[in-house]
Design a protein around this ligand. Sequence first.
Ligand code: T4K
Length: 407
Amino acid sequence: MTFKNPVLAILGGEPAFSMPRHVGTPFIPPRDLVHASLDEILDSKRFTNDGPFVLQLEALLANLHSVKRVVVMSNATTALQLLFRALSLEGEIIMPAFTFIATAHAAAWERLQPRFVDIKHSTHCIDPSSVQDSISAATAALVGVHLWGHVCDIDALTSIANNHKIPLLVDASQAIGWNHACLASAFDALDGPLASVISLHATKLVSSLEGGAVLTNDDSLADQLRKMRNFGFSGYDKVISLGINAKMNEFAAAFAIRGLECFNQLVMHSRDVWLEYQRLLADLPGITFLFPAGCTPVNYHYVVLMVDSSLCHLSRDELIEVLWAENIRARRYFYPGCHRSEPYASRGCEWIPDLPVTDYVAANALVLPASSAVSVHEVSMISERIRLALHHSCQVRQILISSPSSM
Ligand code: T4K
């Protein structure tokens, strides 16, 4: 499909797509294979409680992440909660303010105080110097986040954690496939994260519909988490600790296994999409790709742009409105930052730190439909609409001013 001088939908033209293109469209593995797994589960009548698909998924994820132990859970938020609880953390937990709210909520739900720190411009991940400035006797743990699939500065965080004798944990919800092994060799010295958490939510590269997992090389932590996710049971009839129901069911696990069978293909496609956006848009004034030197995202699942309105004459939010009219559902994730979201914003001034990079990124980052949500050809259609929007920025602004949005 080619378009000759298309008119932007916001200026009266036809939308680029008849159906919405989302940032988080779920990947559906080959249906015949999904149906075969479902039949197997129905025939076996084994639906949950450490069934064979859950155990197989744990083994596959351990292999993919080069980690000794994996404990799958009902979602990543619960996985974080159980991890914090298993470590008996008390007091403050340092984390970036620019992350999905679940990182903060999981800690707060476990009665920990999230202490928000700033991020780096180059990666959007936690800034170790900001961590250093915020650490105190009340700090119980550090949580790095592999945002957009970029691995946060593990070396610097490890050294801070070791100096202060506190655990380093990683919220790797957006980084399925990351190499936990780069730290495994030094594990005995507590180098690297004690554990990381991935998400298998529907919107992730590979999903179990809803799901998450803790990855760790610590056997006793993994054993404790396995019991905690199943009411504290240790075998039939024997409850040995406090626990909850955080189990993943067999169909969810089977769906994820089928997705993992396509993992390499998915990463390759996502990389093609990521590169094509850069090829088509990198020269646009005011548009910058998040492309840290020497560091590529683990799985290329997210395509993130920074929009400088002084150069492209449209703000990030105005560009989003133009794209939504085209059925291109670009998003501004994590706005306005956890520190400015409830319940954290109401904790009082001393709790709302000055985080200039977080505020800037939250106001200007734009996430485009990528990965399995789009084909490489569709990337060219989306890129063309972005170019047009910037080219007609004056007209677009006039229309937007005359009909303000609800954003
Ligand atoms: N830590 C971090 C750093 C995270 O990014 C996340 C999750 C977590 C922790 C917690 O993980 P989980 O407990 O969820 O396992 C999504 C996801 O709900 C969330 O999992 C994810 N991060 C976050 C970044 O994004 P939204 O706001 O994108 O969801 P929603 O419903 O607006 O979905 C986006 C679009 O995707 C929809 O407009 C349509 C499409 N979609 C979505 C779903 C759920 C579908 O086509 N089908 C679907 O089933 O939050």
